[in-house]
Design a protein around this ligand. Structure first.
Ligand code: CP3
Length: 344
């Protein structure tokens, strides 16, 4: 029964003896089996759109570690690609996209109902996973939050301070708002289809929320997350939503109430005792071990893991890293983290 999966119980607000655990970027380059399958697919994007192989890499960390949840293997930048942006990855550097800087660039984007043409292999990956995952493992779907996706579409790449996106929202608000609207509507459609294919929970990654200050945070992080969550809950009652306004700092307080998400994911700059007192009071939290421990290991990894488990032990909690695991991580440290959480 779906309700018995530990991840879904925590998301429903239950305090468990041992928190469920999964890891951001758990299917990734730190695993030799991932590197082998990616080589077989050719490159990262070919892997994302090859449903059989994408399901295979999603399953690899489940087989190796027995995580409580699997996260669909895909990327937040597939939605812009489905809307008509060019997308490619430069090895060792990261994503590159065609940029949107003016009205003509925006007008060239496809309408929301065209996205499924590109994204249907992703829904097929989910269908395969619903058959192949162990019965106790929950399946998480995901998308980028509109602000974070917009920062890549405007700059054409990852940026340190999201300068080009901030400049556009200040200099041409109608254009920026139109792009945010298209992304919000597209995200609702994309996540709805992921849920219809079998995702049991969805996560919104607002990785660059931390650079939105004051009213801009409310307008461009909180409000789109609220709209997406409300629309998904109207269409798919009972499907939980995890919000990740990374580096939101004090803005984590009240984020779940204001957006309607069932859980907020915390980055590792957040003090766990502080978050237990000010964020977990509104419901489930997820996080927040520094991913650098997966590289360095040792007693500090064990001590910090225990500290986080203890700090959040009086309420609903999903154990995770504060950001994605990096390619230089030692797979053995992941096992140590899991054993420490489960105190084997
Ligand atoms: O977590 C998982 O295992 C599921 C799959 C997943 C990927 N990306 C696979 C991926 C998820 C949930 C994402 C989210 C994502 N993608 C975010 C939000 C989370 C975050 O990290 O802040 C962002 C900003 C992206 C965009 C993106 N994709 C960047 C900036 C990069 C390059 C940086 C890097 O790590 O190489 C990617 C590539 C990417 N996405 C990889 C993976 C496994 C590495 C690609 C490879 O195999 O070469």
């Amino acid at each position: 029964m779906a309700e018995q999966k530990k991840l879904l119980r925590a998301l429903a607000g239950e305090t468990l003896d041992t928190p469920p655990i999964w890891m951001m970027r758990q299917a990734g380059r730190y695993l030799p089996e991932y590197r082998a399958t990616r080589a077989q697919a050719g490159d990262f994007l070919s892997l994302c759109y090859n449903s059989e192989l994408a399901a295979e890499v999603t399953l690899q960390p489940i087989r190796r570690y027995g995580f409580d949840a699997a996260i669909l293997f895909a990327d937040i930048l597939l939605l812009p690609q489905a809307l008509g942006a060019d997308l490619w990855f430069v090895t060792g550097e990261g994503p590159r996209l065609s940029t949107i800087t003016d009205q003509a660039g925006f007008d060239a984007l496809k309408p929301v109902d065209a996205i499924h043409e590109t994204l249907s292999p992703i829904y097929d990956t989910i269908r395969i996973l619903t058959r192949e995952l162990p019965s106790e493992t929950a399946l998480i779907g995901f998308a980028g939050a509109p602000w974070t996706v917009a920062t890549y579409m405007i700059a054409g790449r990852g940026t340190k301070d999201q300068g080009p996106a901030h400049a556009l929202r200040e200099e041409n608000a109608p254009l920026f708002d139109a792009l945010m609207d298209r992304l919000t509507e597209g995200t609702i459609e994309y996540l709805s289809c992921q849920i219809e294919a079998g995702a049991e929970c969805v996560k919104l990654f607002d990785s660059w929320a931390g650079s939105l200050k004051g009213d801009a945070f409310e307008k461009y992080s909180l409000e789109p997350c609220r709209r997406i969550t409300a629309a998904l809950k109207a269409r798919h009652p009972g499907i939980p939503v995890i919000g990740f306004p990374r580096e939101a700092g004090e803005k984590y307080v009240g984020f779940a109430k204001a957006t309607g998400v069932d859980c907020v994911a915390l980055d590792n700059s957040v003090d766990p005792e502080w978050a237990a007192a000010h964020v977990q009071t509104d419901g489930c939290v997820q996080g927040n071990l520094a991913s650098s421990h997966m590289v360095t290991g040792g007693q500090a990894l064990i001590d910090d893991t225990r500290r986080i488990v203890k700090a959040f032990s009086k309420g609903p909690h999903i154990f995770n890293l504060g950001h994605g695991i990096t390619p230089d991580a030692d797979p053995e440290n992941v096992q140590i983290m899991i054993d420490t959480v489960r105190e084997k």
